[in-house]
Design a protein around this ligand. Structure first.
Ligand SMILES: C[S@@+](CC[C@H](N)C(=O)[O-])C[C@H]1O[C@@H](n2cnc3c(N)ncnc32)[C@H](O)[C@@H]1O
Length: 238
């Protein structure tokens, strides 16, 4: 089941400049926009785990990677899948109410002992010591209102907090997406559409973020009714 807010975002009519808002102000307002949207739509992305979430849970469990950092956990559809696979999950997001909802759902499922939640903005350094995770998972966080330089800093932080041999699986919308080039152009492949700012990835950006990692795999997939066109990227810290 997909919620009405996601359907609105997918079907929002495209205009050249829908808000007239200054791009920096628009990006700064994204945190409150997400907090409000997720609270108003408790099942925005549905209750079932995503395809990359199921893939990551299975791959991490098979590879014996137990300490998982999830970036941009949202309402936790994949957090619960990772916990269900027996993993220890630190779920991070810059919205607080949805994280509380994840804690409640984990408690209901008897999974709370392996869950830590943290309110944090990934534009700031990650508040973890070096090599403190075996794996990092992130579905559609890297494709949010983050500049290429902020993304490069984030990838470098993920590299730092992963132990050698650790795996990072993340997903992004890409330049083949139907919304790429539509809506308000904020520069740096960032576009605002229906109030949401999205960074559409191209190949040079994903290779830039893979610096210092072994890039293992890039798999294209689709999600939702638009559909969103995404890449699932797998990188290993040597
Ligand atoms: C597209 S949603 C995906 C949520 C979840 N991963 C899923 O697939 O159901 C993106 C999430 O990233 C969070 N987010 C966006 N920018 C962020 C930032 N700078 N720091 C931390 N979280 C952020 C939003 O609050 C939202 O929960």
């Amino acid at each position: 089941m997909v919620g009405p807010a996601e359907r609105r975002a997918e079907s929002h009519p495209v205009t050249a400049d829908p808000t007239g808002t200054d791009p920096a102000a628009l990006i700064a307002a994204q945190r409150q926009h997400w907090e409000t949207t997720l609270q108003a739509n408790p099942q925005m992305y549905g209750t079932e785990p995503s395809a990359p979430g199921r893939h990551a849970a299975s791959r991490f469990a098979t590879d014996g990677l137990t300490r998982v950092l999830e970036l941009g956990a949202g309402q936790g559809r994949d957090t619960l899948a990772l916990l269900g696979a027996g993993l220890e999950v630190t779920a991070l997001d810059y919205t607080s109410a949805p994280l509380a909802g994840i804690r409640d759902a984990a408690s209901d499922g008897g999974l709370a002992a392996r869950l830590t939640t943290l309110v944090h903005d990934v534009r700031q350094p990650l508040p973890f010591t070096d090599a403190s995770f075996d794996a990092c998972y992130s579905h559609m966080l890297f494709t949010m209102a983050l500049t290429s330089d902020e993304l490069a800093n984030l990838a470098s932080e993920v590299h730092r907090v992963l132990r050698p041999g650790g795996l990072c699986i993340y997903t992004v919308r890409h330049v083949g997406d139907a919304h790429y080039g539509a809506g308000r152009d904020l520069g740096d492949n960032l576009y605002e559409n229906g109030g949401f700012v999205v960074h559409f990835f191209d190949r040079p950006l994903l290779h830039r973020l893979a610096e210092g990692f072994e890039l293992q795999d890039v798999t294209a997939f689709e999600e939702g009714g638009l559909p969103r066109r995404l890449w699932r990227i797998t990188m290993r810290r040597p």
